[in-house]
Design a protein around this ligand. Structure first.
Ligand code: PBG
Length: 341
């Protein structure tokens, strides 16, 4: 008698509980059907360092698994990427000569210009993006032209515009300004249009923060500022509304894609900008994010591949349409296998 009563009570409890979120998690096929975030290899962009010289492939110590290539050797990497299904790369140039005005950033035979020409010739199916900034090219390592100890915003615009045009002339399909000067999107747009590149899109690093996550990149690109920091032009990471303000200004100035950088600690801003604009949003998972995963995996503390997938999913879930990452090839392979996506 006692047993029957408790059975009935148990059944009743079952009937009361109509809403069971676990139902949709009970089977792998169903989990995939009900998935909210879908990812595709076409959303991936691989950032690559091109160094001046010949026959160079050197490991980047601060970024295990990444190398700097000279233009004549980068084909090895581009081939691997296309085989994995990554169709877009972004080039960063590391010149052998630097000066106060970053002249090698806009030189016809500059390192990145040579790389664009070679890549266009040998890999016509790849989409080529140029990072537009001065810091890898200036002797002082700041992202523009100095006036005293600060970057002269308006004077810098002219140099950025020249750089974007010279990259487009060399074969860049898209310009991605990362300097954070005011008005640079408008200046670059105008210069590209005048030079006959009105169809070349601008992907603006709209909300780019003064971040310690860039540490490994600055070692790789030899672009750390020789004095001071970048806080007078890159954003203060305490700010959210300011990120939206920057993004909307870039949209007004003619940006085609808005970027948030870094990605991992900035998911709120990816979502905020996604909601504030109709433009596609890109998230840049920067060098520090990559190197943290690598270092922890090498120490045996985390499982590299699954952490990499989880980070990527978080950026897309936050609202990213495009994802720039040093893990592009590995992620593309995971997507192909259906491990993520
Ligand atoms: C150039 C630039 C930087 C990065 C992209 N473009 C460095 C910086 O602003 O100091 C960082 C990328 C990364 O850390 O992966 N301004």
């Amino acid at each position: 008698m006692q047993g029957t009563r408790s059975k009935a009570a148990g059944k009743e409890r079952h009937m009361e509980q109509v809403k069971r979120p676990r139902r949709l998690r009970s089977n792998e096929i169903l989990r995939k059907m009900a998935r909210e975030t879908r990812m595709d290899r076409s959303a991936l962009i691989y950032p690559m360092f091109i160094v001046e010289g010949e026959n160079i492939k050197e490991e980047i110590l601060s970024m295990p698994g990444q190398s700097r290539y000279s233009a004549d050797r980068m084909g090895e990497k581009l081939e691997e990427l296309s085989d994995a299904g990554v169709s877009s790369v972004m080039f960063f140039g590391i010149p052998s000569k630097k000066d106060a005005f970053g002249s090698m950033a806009y030189a016809e035979d500059g390192v990145v210009q040579q790389a664009f020409r070679t890549a266009k010739r040998d890999f016509p199916n790849l989409y080529l993006i140029g990072d537009v900034c001065m810091c890898e090219y200036t002797s002082h390592g700041h992202c523009g032209i100095l006036s005293g100890r600060d970057v002269d915003n308006d004077r810098t615009l002219e140099y950025l515009a020249k750089t974007a045009v010279s990259q487009a002339q060399a074969g860049a399909d898209m310009a991605a300004p990362s300097d954070m000067m005011d008005g640079r999107v408008a200046a670059i747009r105008k210069a590209l249009d005048r030079a006959g590149f009105s169809h070349t899109p601008v992907m603006s690093y709209s909300a780019k923060f003064a971040s310690s996550f860039y540490g490994p990149f600055r070692k790789a690109a030899e672009s750390a500022p020789s004095f001071g920091d970048r806080k007078t032009y890159q954003m203060d990471y305490h700010n959210r509304r300011e990120a939206v303000k920057e993004a909307l200004l870039d949209e007004e100035e003619g940006a085609d894609i808005l970027m948030v950088k870094p990605a991992l600690a900035y998911g709120d801003l990816i979502r905020e900008i996604k909601n504030a604009s109709h433009l596609p949003v890109a998230a840049y998972s920067v060098s520090g994010e990559y190197s943290m995963v690598k270092a922890a995996a090498l120490a045996g503390f985390i499982e590299e591949e699954s952490v990499m997938c989880e980070m990527a999913a978080s950026a897309f879930r936050a609202g990213a349409d495009l994802y720039i990452t040093y893990f592009a090839k590995e992620l593309a392979e995971c997507m192909k296998r259906g491990q993520i996506g």
